[in-house]
Design a protein around this ligand. Structure first.
Ligand SMILES: [Zn+2]
Length: 127
């Protein structure tokens, strides 16, 4: 498992990862639901779609739009087990530990905070 500061430094150097942005609909969703609830969604999504030893449809389980957590997953390399191995040093082929799940969610939450912080009104959300 890699340190999040190092991870974000590396992500910023990837043209593919750094192109992900929240669109207007994602921002509105975040604003309406609040970060805490969206992070709960992240826990549930990671638990169901990433944590199993052999996640169903691994490599294709994370859509590119439709929920802010999906976007955050692509941006942080927590979208599938290959990316989790490459970006986070967490090997494929076994279930994620509790700590590894928490680490993936922490990366998603950090990205969402940074990505949602741009609009003036969203400052209120992320206090
Ligand atoms: Zn992936």
């Amino acid at each position: 498992m890699r340190n999040l500061d190092q991870l974000f430094f590396r992500l910023a150097e990837s043209p593919f990862r750094r192109r992900f942005r929240l669109d207007g609909r994602d921002r509105a969703y975040l604003e309406e639901k609040g970060l805490a609830l969206v992070v709960e969604h992240a826990h549930a999504l990671i638990g169901r779609r990433l944590a199993p030893a052999q996640p169903p449809g691994d490599g294709k389980q994370t859509p590119f739009r439709g929920h802010p957590v999906f976007v955050a997953q692509h941006a942080t390399g927590t979208c599938c087990r290959s990316c989790l191995e490459k970006w986070h040093g967490i090997p494929r082929g076994r279930a994620l530990t509790t700590e590894e799940r928490a680490h993936a969610v922490a990366a998603i939450e950090r990205w969402l905070r940074a990505a949602g912080g741009g609009a003036s009104r969203q400052g209120d959300l992320f206090r």
